[in-house]
Design a protein around this ligand. Structure first.
Ligand SMILES: [Zn+2]
Length: 390
């Protein structure tokens, strides 16, 4: 199968829905009746890694392509590169998205599509809108410009205010099965099947993470570091050491992620201001650049905070998953385990289900403390001590 919808393993129902809608949209443009398959506001939901933004991006490509999403023409390529003139890509970098930004967005979205088809706004993490921002957004969705299509993404429909939610058609992505994810890793990335399946199980249906685990040695090493915690927390001293290393590992990973993003952004800004050129007005432009650079750096800093928090949370979820596997083993439940049985057996036999449950609670409590902005090391140390106690 070719076309823009190939990167959505295990999402057959969603793909069928979006194909029908894209065909309906094309019929609308041709002045034909469409039977209601197309509408102007969509909400893509699904757990992290299920591919909600991938699905939204593919749908945008299908709407903007003359062939309904061929994945080969200029328009399709520009959508995936994020450079299409009729596609507004919104990705909140900080923890929230404000009302001023939203008003600007609404104005820009109302413009006529240059390509003569649609003006598509793809708003990732729309749940990060502040309340006022959500109100500004609501107005735009209530009274849509005739050729504007809103694609909002959020973990679940409940993450958006009901007034917005009720005006959107909801597209629900499911967590793809480990087999479906492994298949993609094998078919497209040429990863050996057993390794692909192990990575897919460890990533619990998160395709991007599964691919990283299977291909990036440092990501796999960081995961191994996290999973050493359960057997390391035997008493006070080792528990504190494990806590420190858990926090450090998460910080290293977050740093690797943000550094990869930061420098190209600064570089693009410098180029936009014509750094290195000379002539009339250049000095003035340079002063403008200093302000823009400061803005960019503020946004990068706020993104770094978010990535750091998300990365540590990811590590804690991985740890929780490890104990969940142990619990399943202790209870003799018949579920797919995320971790290899050989890693779990010793801890499963040397503790009780009650102790495992208490440990799981300690991890969840730690995650809660982190959302309340407790210092990460403090929260993780407290957790590690509870893990050691059992
Ligand atoms: Zn195309």
């Amino acid at each position: 199968m070719t076309g823009v919808f190939t990167d959505l393993p295990g999402q057959d129902a969603v793909v069928a829905q979006l194909r029908r809608a894209a065909a309906g949209a094309a019929a609308l443009l041709a002045g034909q009746r469409t039977g209601g398959a197309m509408t102007h506001a969509w909400l893509f939901t699904g757990p992290p890694g299920s591919g909600r933004s991938v699905a939204a991006r593919a749908f945008a490509a299908a709407l903007l392509c003359d062939e309904g999403g061929c994945n080969e023409c200029n328009s399709c390529r520009q959508v995936f590169a994020g450079t299409h003139a009729d596609l507004l890509l919104i990705r909140p970098e900080g923890l929230s998205y404000g009302v001023k930004q939203t008003r600007d967005l609404v104005l820009r979205a109302a413009g006529k599509p240059t390509g003569g088809r649609w003006h598509v706004v793809l708003f990732e993490d729309a749940d990060r809108c502040t309340e006022q921002a959500a109100n500004a957004l609501l107005k735009a969705i209530e009274e849509p410009a005739p050729r504007t299509v809103w694609l909002l993404c959020a973990p679940s429909a409940e993450d958006l205010v009901p007034t917005i939610r009720s005006r959107c058609r909801v597209v629900t992505l499911v967590v793809p099965s480990s087999d479906a994810v492994a298949q993609v890793l094998t078919d497209r990335d040429g990863i050996e099947p057993a390794r692909a399946l192990a990575a897919a199980r460890a990533a619990q249906g998160h395709i991007g993470r599964a691919r990283r685990l299977a291909t990036d040695a440092s990501a796999a090493k960081r995961r191994a570091d996290v999973l050493r915690v359960p057997s390391a927390v035997t008493s006070l001293g080792p528990a504190l050491t494990a806590a420190a290393s858990l926090v450090r590992t998460a910080e290293e990973e977050a740093k690797a992620v943000t550094e990869e993003l930061d420098e190209p952004e600064r570089e693009a800004l410098r180029r936009a201001f014509g750094e290195g050129s000379s002539g009339k007005g250049v000095a003035k432009a340079m002063r403008g650049m200093a302000g823009a650079m400061k803005d960019l750096e503020d946004r990068q800093k706020s993104r770094a905070t978010r990535v750091k928090r998300d990365t540590l949370d990811q590590a804690l979820l991985e740890l929780a998953l490890f104990y969940r596997d142990i619990l399943m083993m202790q209870l003799g439940a018949d579920t797919e385990l995320a971790n290899p049985e050989s890693d779990l057996r010793k801890l499963a036999s040397s503790s009780t289900p009650e102790a495992t449950l208490r440990r799981l609670q300690a991890i969840m409590h730690c995650r809660e403390l982190l959302t309340l902005n407790v210092a990460p090391l403090l929260a993780v140390e407290e957790m590690a001590l509870s893990l050691a106690e059992g």
